[in-house]
Design a protein around this ligand. Structure first.
Ligand code: FNR
Length: 184
């Protein structure tokens, strides 16, 4: 039976390059890892006052992450860090104190940008947060997807064999890593 990964996409726009890459990666995952995108756009901004009666969207999100073996974080770069929507989802999942849904899970990060640096700043900023949350994040290969407009065709599918080969390798490493963490 396949292990489960949730995919969190740090962009809310319909034509998001990051989402297109995440969708492609989901399809390139080996059958040992079932990947499912979990939406984060409807999560109310984190406010500890709401914990007394948490919003339904928080509860649903927390349950979805809790039920998975791994989390793939697909992020654009906003001002050299991750977008607020993704940070909010991480904050929501990390609370209440002592009840984080992330601790001990396998993780992986892919950053995406139309620019040449591939969202490097977002990638490292996110990894820093994942250390604190005890997400056991895949270290290699790293995935900085730069110049993303050149990698997608009109339908939003991957255009180049080199990208497919690299992302297949990445997803295979992530699946193997998830198994290592889930069975330790
Ligand atoms: C950006 N963008 C951007 N790009 C980058 O490479 N480094 C950065 O620091 C930023 N900063 C930034 C801030 C804000 C507020 C916006 C809206 C955009 C450009 C960004 O990479 C581009 O809009 C992508 O298309 C966003 O990803 P999605 O939505 O296509 O997935």
């Amino acid at each position: 039976q396949a292990l489960k990964a949730v995919v969190l996409v740090g962009s809310l726009r319909k034509e998001s390059f990051t989402r297109k890459i995440a969708v492609a990666m989901r399809k390139l995952a080996p059958p040992t890892l079932a990947c499912e995108i979990v939406e984060i756009g409807d999560l109310p901004l984190y406010n500890e006052d709401l914990e007394a009666n948490p919003p339904a969207a928080w509860v649903k999100f927390r349950d979805a992450v809790r039920g998975a073996n791994a989390v793939l974080f697909a992020t654009p770069e906003y001002n050299r860090s991750i977008p607020g929507c993704l940070k909010n989802a991480i904050d929501v999942g990390s609370r209440p104190y002592g009840k984080s849904v992330f601790g001990g899970k396998a993780g992986a990060v892919v950053s995406v940008s139309p620019g040449a640096l591939g969202g490097f700043g977002a990638n490292v900023a996110l990894r820093n947060t994942l250390v604190f949350l005890d997400v056991l994040t895949l270290q290699q290969p790293e995935a900085y997807i730069g110049n993303v407009k050149d990698l997608l065709d009109d339908k939003g599918d991957l255009k180049l064999d080199a990208t497919k080969v690299f992302l297949t390798k990445f997803m295979t490493a992530f699946a193997d890593w998830t198994k290592t963490i889930a069975t330790r």
